[in-house]
Design a protein around this ligand. Structure first.
Ligand code: SF4
Length: 240
């Protein structure tokens, strides 16, 4: 993806973006998700995007209301459940929603030919790097910020998620407007706003990733227990 520039062609350097985080994180930490997104839209214009996992469309809905046409980036790994792809299609069909589907450099068949079949079973970190992290890096190239639906309530590993942070590896501002939201708040927002929602959430999957690496989670498990179950891996790498 080519870089997006304004009339002057100037992109803010990483140091300037980092300074934005330092200046605003304290105020935004206690702000509503709506106000955080208002700030992001005003600060970054066209130079930000929203990562959309196609679990629930709460963040996409909020972002679209504040910043119509904002890019909603979906990483199509080639391994998604049909329900997830249908959720993507339903979101994209909503008026004004700009869903950008990003694909890896290789199809699953090409990856199998290069690395052997079922790389996800043998080296999930490499598989995630090839099918998630690198494609997202490319999709965010030329932007200044990205937003994610990370929430502290999702897992112990996400308990310290900041509303506003700096993505050191990419040199971008990282925004998590829903960081403090509880599961109940998400449910209330979905019910009140006719939000697109993955039907697998009602079938025992509180967290939905690629089909080979996602199982149902028990009621006594944390919501991400079904992701890469039994491997010790807890994140795909896009947030590291
Ligand atoms: S979640 Fe599994 S199938 Fe999907 S990219 Fe990662 S390792 Fe590969």
């Amino acid at each position: 993806m080519s870089a997006i520039t304004d009339a002057t062609g100037q992109m803010r350097p990483a140091a300037e973006l980092h300074a934005l985080v330092t200046e605003h994180w304290g105020r935004l930490e206690g702000a509503s998700a709506h106000d955080v997104i208002v700030w992001a839209a005003a600060t970054f214009g066209e130079r930000w995007a929203v990562a959309a996992s196609m679990q629930d469309g709460v963040l996409a809905h909020l972002a679209q209301e504040v910043a119509p046409g904002v890019r909603l980036v979906f990483l199509d790994t080639g391994y998604h459940f049909p329900e997830t792809l249908a959720t993507r299609d339903a979101l994209a069909a909503r008026p004004g929603h700009h869903v950008l589907t990003v694909t890896p450099g290789q199809t699953v068949a090409e990856q199998d030919a290069t690395h052997g079949a079922a790389l996800h079973d043998r080296d999930p970190d490499l598989c995630c790097a090839l099918r998630k992290t690198h494609p997202l890096d490319e999709a965010l190239d030329g932007l200044e910020a990205w937003a994610t639906g990370l929430r502290r309530a999702q897992s112990a590993g996400r308990a310290s998620t900041a509303v506003l942070g700096f993505d050191e590896r990419r040199g971008l501002v990282k925004i998590a407007p829903l960081a403090s939201w509880t599961d109940a708040q998400i449910a209330d927002y979905v019910a009140s706003n006719d939000v697109v929602r993955n039907p697998l959430l009602d079938q025992g999957y509180p967290s939905i990733g690629c089909a080979p690496c996602t199982r149902r989670a028990g009621a006594d498990e944390d919501s991400r227990a079904g992701r890469w179950s039994g491997t010790g891996k807890t994140e795909c790498g896009i947030h590291l």
